[in-house]
Design a protein around this ligand. Structure first.
Ligand code: DLL
Length: 433
């Protein structure tokens, strides 16, 4: 690869030992910055009897306490900020389903660093100035739309800021302005593809679309396969959370883990129950420390997302660590009659059955103290009654074999499950209502 394929070749290909030196240097600066500017962390470290000056190496990081989602709620709206509010150039807020939203603020430099993360990612996907990016992530308080917008501008790509929704108009614009890349949630892309087909348009022949950068919600490797096989585009994963800025880490063309920008972020994996730091390759909760953020730096932020880290250099030449596809969230693991189930595991089983579509919902109920999981899923076409019965049987058997779980299955026809423009609702847990 030559330098044109990196935004910051020196950083992106830096030897591991140099990268660690850089991280430690930035960690020490962060400690000084927090000591001078963060009331929140001053109090937290004082309570834990830790001196900012004692944190010098990556090894010392383990001594620091975690920051949690609850801290955002307790310090709503801006109690964790480290700059006077007139230094902010933008706010976003998380889409929290319960309680207060988490408010995130950015200085000009925060926006610049955030844009850089995504610009690096887009370049690593072979996306550049000749591309037309149709950005169908929501614009507004959600970070997806504006995050990608600024990242795409940094690499001089042409951006169509459609935002989410208005699906038929999206398709017209995709054809008329010759979009080559779509950025949106995987579930929204599936919906767009469905409407494209119903309009008699062939995505392969009648559009220039060649790639999608999909994230903001869980999706499985089997879902990727389905999208690529049915539409002919390359489907890439992107991860991030509002608290850390928004969308941040993407895969590269090798589709083997999402590149973490180690000059900007330190990642760790912990055992979510004990807080113990796990080794490379071990699966646990992703914890992130921001190295360059000014308005809202975070120490050891517990994302709640389950993944593992791989540290080997990637085939693309980048040396940064990678996180693997998000397996689930610590708080979306379902316990059904004592069996731990991540919705992504159920998705993987379902999408291996060709007669089923990608549109499904898991409905959890409790009757007479007994949990039940019902799967409501659309079939890909109309089947005879006998075929219906054998599809149902296959779902029940496959889930029993893989997860040791017995479920109820309801097969429904296309269009019954509500479609989503943003994050899809895959699980309805009626036990919580
Ligand atoms: O979803 C930021 C984002 C925008 C990421 C656009 C990617 C693309 P939040 O609304 O705060 O921020 O939601 C963050 O979404 O903790 C994960 O649980 C989930 N999530 C995000 N990306 C992925 C992904 C944005 N690629 C929460 N796979 C995170 C699985 C994801 N889950």
């Amino acid at each position: 690869m030559d330098d044109l394929e990196y935004l910051n070749p020196t950083i992106e290909r830096m030897a591991k030992s140099e990268l660690i030196k850089l991280q430690e240097e930035r960690l020490r600066k962060l400690m000084t910055y927090l000591r001078d500017h963060s009331n929140f962390y001053k109090k937290l470290l004082k309570n834990e009897k830790i001196d900012f000056n004692d944190i010098k190496t990556l090894h010392d990081l383990k001594r620091l306490p975690f920051t949690s989602k609850q801290d955002f709620r307790d310090n709503y709206p801006t109690g964790m900020f480290c700059v006077p509010l007139d230094k902010l150039v933008r706010y976003h807020a998380s889409s929290g389903t319960t309680g207060r939203p988490k408010i995130v603020g950015y200085t000009k430099n925060d926006i610049h660093e955030w844009s850089k993360s995504l610009a690096r990612g887009l370049i690593s996907l072979g996306i550049g100035k000749d591309d037309v990016i149709q950005n169908s992530y929501g614009y507004g308080l959600f970070t997806g739309g504006l995050g990608f917008h600024y990242g795409a501008e940094m690499i001089d790509a042409t951006i169509i800021p459609t935002g989410a929704g208005g699906t038929e108009r999206q398709i017209t614009l995709m054809q008329d302005l010759e979009s080559t890349v779509m950025t949106c949630t995987p579930s929204y892309f599936l919906h767009i593809a469905e409407i494209v087909e119903s309009l008699g348009i062939n995505l392969r022949k009648d559009t220039k679309l060649r790639a999608g950068v999909f994230g903001a919600e869980p999706w499985s490797e089997d879902m990727r396969q389905r999208i690529e096989d049915s539409t002919g585009i390359k489907a890439y994963d992107v991860y991030g959370t509002s608290e850390l800025s928004g969308p941040l880490f993407t895969e590269c063309i090798h589709q083997n883990g999402l590149h973490v920008w180690a000059d900007q972020y330190i990642v760790e994996i912990i055992n979510p129950t004990t807080g113990e730091v796990l080794d490379d390759g071990e699966r646990g909760e992703l914890v992130v420390t921001t190295l360059l953020k000014e308005a809202l730096p975070l120490i050891r932020y517990r994302t709640g997302d389950i993944t593992n880290i791989i540290s080997e250099k990637c085939e693309c030449g980048r040396t940064s660590p990678r996180i693997m596809r998000i397996h689930g969230r610590t708080d979306d693991m379902l316990i059904i009659r004592g069996i731990n189930v991540f919705p992504s595991q159920v998705e993987s089983v379902l999408l291996k059955i060709p007669e089923l579509s990608e549109n499904y919902q898991l409905i959890i109920t409790r009757k007479h103290e007994l949990d039940r999981m019902a799967i409501k899923i659309e079939v890909s076409k109309i089947y005879k009654k006998s075929e219906f019965l054998s599809i149902k049987k296959k779902i029940i058997n496959d889930l029993r074999n893989v997860l040791n779980l017995s479920v109820d299955v309801e097969l429904v026809e296309a269009g019954v499950i509500p479609r989503s423009m943003g994050k899809a609702t895959r699980v309805i847990d009626k036990r919580k209502i």
